[in-house]
Design a binder for this molecule. Structure first.
Ligand SMILES: NCCCC[C@H](NC(=O)[C@@H](N)CC(=O)O)C(=O)O
Length: 466
């Protein structure tokens, strides 16, 4: 009897293999997200992308998700068609979007290739290459965010009641390894064969990611068929209805988590896009050196996140971790913002980057496995999609705000760089803005702790109950 009731998720080999397949695609996806991040200086000289153009391209990843509310639809689609089909759909979107972005920055397009004249004929202050890159990145953004919620729901499907936070922590660790790799690889590839080579390799890797999702498809199908055959007539699967979403939008605690998420991540992901430029400016480094230094950030997060996930599974304390992580992000950004030039040494920068890595482990490790404690499983895909959607609004606007603040707090610098002068931006104002996001996140983390205590969601309790 014991054996008959086992499904694929009860086999550690099967469920960890499923995790690796999902995480591998996210590894390549996270590489692609930041493939241009360490190349801001080259983009400014070769494609005439000023900081605000660079910020706009970075923010375009979220454009369709936010304004067309694609993410909300993606959550509904996920809850309706299930994890495996949603995974394939998201993988295809990522490959299409990446290919368009690749075309936009290619020499072929910029030498007057197909569509160049059209994209060069309007809003001439914004380069044609950036317009096409934005279009491609917006489509890629639909794919990567859909993949993110799909993978989260997939992990809950395989690991609920088991090593859920550890599995999510490992998936994020593998994604961080992608960010680390791209900060090393992208400047190197750009040096060898130009920016096109960096983005070209990133696009090719996304194809491999799509293949990995395709293999996962069969694991997921097998698990569903086993679960269906175990389900009795008296215990049918709960159908998802769009009206169920009301419960999510009206939950105060859920909205506090979503608010904390957008504020915290706005202080992290957009910072990643500007960090290399900031380090180049503050430490007088080359792009490659700054990229190498900053690559310790995702590595720190990569090492710590699974341990913290394990801790949450066995000991709990997720709400406390959200508070501690928010506090750390403020300290780090203030170090970057206000440490006087003579004290801002390599060691100080490295210390702040490591602290930021710890912060970036604490919050994600605690936040994502807490969501299933707040909502019903049948709306879990939609719950993740709503959090992502709110988060995406911040992730889209923040790079634009930071790029703009960098430009206006450094009057005339962009023009002097374009004229060939070797001068640097001052990053004080942008870094203070990042610190302010941290302060607001800390306030919400405190409120969440209060709410959890009052309403007993169990955010401080372990996931695995003995
Ligand atoms: N299984 C964990 C899923 C969330 C991971 C989280 N990513 C995001 O929040 C993305 N929406 C951000 C993005 O795509 O830019 C993370 O910590 O990486």
């Amino acid at each position: 009897m014991e054996k008959i009731h086992n499904t694929l998720r009860d086999s550690p080999v099967a469920r960890w293999t499923a995790l690796i397949l999902l995480a591998l695609t996210m590894f390549f996806a996270y590489m692609f997200i930041d493939v241009l991040a360490p190349l801001s200086t080259q983009l400014e000289t070769s494609l005439k992308w000023s900081p605000d153009t660079f910020g706009a391209v970075a923010g375009s990843e979220y454009f369709l998700n936010v304004f067309v509310a694609f993410l909300i639809f993606a959550g509904i689609i996920l809850d309706r068609i299930g994890v495996r089909r949603s995974a394939i759909l998201s993988g295809i979107l990522m490959v299409i979007g990446a290919s368009i972005k690749l075309y936009g920055i290619s020499d072929h397009f910029n030498a007057g290739g197909f569509g160049y004249d059209f994209f060069n004929s309007f809003w001439t202050g914004f380069p044609a290459s950036a317009k096409v890159a934005c279009m491609g990145f917006a489509i890629f953004g639909c794919g990567v965010e859909m993949a993110g919620i799909t993978v989260s729901k997939g992990i809950v499907k395989w690991f609920a009641g088991k090593e859920l936070a550890l599995a999510m922590g490992l998936e994020m660790a593998i994604a961080r390894l992608g960010v680390f790799s791209v900060f090393r690889l992208s400047p190197y590839l750009a040096e060898q064969g130009g920016i096109t080579l960096s983005v070209g390799v990133g696009t090719l890797l996304l194809l491999i990611g799509l293949l990995s999702f395709s293999v996962y498809f069969f694991f997921d199908k097998k698990l569903d068929s086993q679960t269906d055959s175990l389900r009795t007539a008296s215990d049918p699967e709960e159908e998802f209805k769009v009206s169920d979403l009301k419960a999510i939008f009206t939950s105060k605690t859920f909205m506090v988590v979503a608010g904390l998420c957008v504020l915290f991540y706005s202080a992290i992901f957009p910072f990643q896009k500007f960090a290399t430029g900031m380090l180049e400016s503050r430490l007088g480094m080359t792009t490659v050196e700054a990229g190498n230094l900053f690559s310790y950030f995702p590595i720190g997060a990569m090492i710590l996140t699974p341990f913290l996930g394990w801790f949450i599974d066995h000991k709990g304390k997720a709400a406390t971790m959200l508070f501690a992580g928010s506090l750390l992000v403020i300290i780090c950004h203030l170090i970057f913002a206000i440490t006087p030039v003579e004290n801002f040494t390599f060691a100080v920068a490295l210390g702040a980057i490591i602290l930021l890595g710890i912060s970036f482990s604490l919050v994600p490790a605690a936040l994502w496995p807490s969501v299933p404690k707040l909502v019903d499983n049948k709306v879990l895909g939609s719950a993740y999609s709503i959090i992502f959607w709110i988060q995406n609004i911040g992730l889209m606007l923040t790079p634009i705000l930071i790029g703009w603040s960098l430009k206006v707090s450094n009057p005339g610098v962009a023009e002097r760089i374009l004229a060939g002068e070797d001068i640097k931006y001052n990053y004080t104002v942008p870094m203070l803005i990042f610190a302010a996001f941290g302060v607001a996140a800390l306030a919400l983390a405190f409120y969440l702790k209060v709410l959890d205590k009052k309403k007993g969601y169990g955010l401080e309790s372990p996931n695995i109950r003995k």
